[in-house]
Design a binder for this molecule. Structure first.
Ligand code: DGY
Length: 340
């Protein structure tokens, strides 16, 4: 048995995993071309992946020895999951361990935009500061405003907790709410709990966009959420709205976002993810009211270690201990997989 690991692993995790089988590492920052990935996958039973790695139909079909994909991320839109299930390939991800880090970054972007921190930093460094001025770099108050959280999974919830601490009123929409009106939304126990705990209210996407001074995206990328936020959605936001995306770039029509920024349809944006990473839309690069980060939502030493550990543990559980990893995305194939 051989393992392919895309990207580096912390030293202790590398040692733990290499006790199972030899590991070939490929360090890359953007997706390997299909043919290179296919060549590297020959004879490999296990692959450790990250969001930029394209485990598409062609790659999966050309990897006959592959038995497990351990994704070091919570998002898994880079993996053709139905095909993996069909081919009896286990797929795991890393839910739960990166919620705080990602919500911290989302909130950091929200603060950076509302208090113009990046502009202020450049202002001081460039020597423009001449002294205290009453109206210098005026920002936007947070307390008392409304945030609309798009996607109330674990990370959305962690963001909501931070927002509550800063005195924001919280409204949110959940997956499947797209295209529904407020009357069509069926409130369930999770919503009742969120209302009791955070006085958060579930609303339709349209109501959320119309009533939020801050919109923060936390849903998974899927067919249904691709370009979920486009021209129409930006036009619904109030002109003082600050837009934050730490989920996936393809959830947003980037041209529509650039247009909204340049025509002052919204006030500012804080972005950690982009449509075609690492490319960033030229207009967004040029806008002083857009704060940019290079997909570092989960990038704390503690969280990245926890993600590696969860991925390695899932592999060891499946191959060494023969116990079903709790973080499988296709747990339904476990019994067949064990027999194969
Ligand atoms: C994820 O987990 O999906 C992030 O984008 C990378 O950590």
């Amino acid at each position: 048995m051989k393992i392919l690991c895309l990207g580096r692993l912390p030293q202790d995790m590398e040692e733990t995993l290499s006790a199972l089988a030899p590991i070939e590492f490929i360090d890359r920052t953007t997706a390997l071309p299909d043919d290179q990935l296919i060549a590297a996958l020959q004879g490999k039973s296990i692959i450790l992946t990250e969001p930029q790695d394209g485990l598409n139909e062609k790659v999966i079909a050309s990897a006959p020895a592959l038995k497990m994909i351990a994704q070091r991320a919570v998002g898994y839109d880079n993996i053709n999951l139905p095909l993996c299930s069909q081919r009896n390939i286990l797929v795991s991800n890393t839910p739960g361990v990166l919620d705080n880090a990602t919500a911290d970054l989302a909130f950091a972007l929200l603060l950076a935009c509302s208090r113009r921190i990046v502009e202020a930093d450049s202002y001081v460094r460039s020597g423009q500061w001449t002294g205290f001025e009453n109206d210098l770099l005026l920002g936007t108050e947070i307390a008392g405003k409304t945030i609309g959280i798009v996607g109330m999974g674990r990370i959305g919830y962690a963001m909501a907790k931070r927002c509550q601490g800063f005195g924001l009123k919280i409204i949110y929409s959940r997956s499947g709410d797209q295209g529904r009106t407020d009357c069509e939304i069926e409130i369930d126990d999770k919503d009742r709990k969120l209302t009791t705990e955070l006085t958060a209210q579930r609303v339709s996407l349209e109501t959320l966009l119309k009533n939020s001074s801050f919109v923060s995206v936390h849903c998974l990328l899927s067919k249904a959420t691709t370009e979920l936020i486009g021209h129409k959605e930006f036009s619904l936001m109030p002109p003082d709205c600050i837009f934050i995306n730490t989920a996936r770039g393809k959830i947003v029509d980037e041209q529509a976002l650039a247009d909204a920024i340049f025509t002052n349809k919204i006030k500012a944006a804080g972005l950690d993810v982009f449509y075609s990473e690492p490319e960033v839309h030229k207009l967004l690069l040029a806008a002083p009211n857009v704060v940019l980060a290079p997909h570092i939502g989960s990038a704390t030493a503690e969280t990245r270690h926890a993600m590696a550990k969860l991925a390695v543990t899932a592999v060891l559980q499946a191959f060494q201990e023969q116990i079903k990893p709790p973080n499988l995305l296709n747990a339904e194939i476990w019994t067949d997989w064990q027999k194969s």
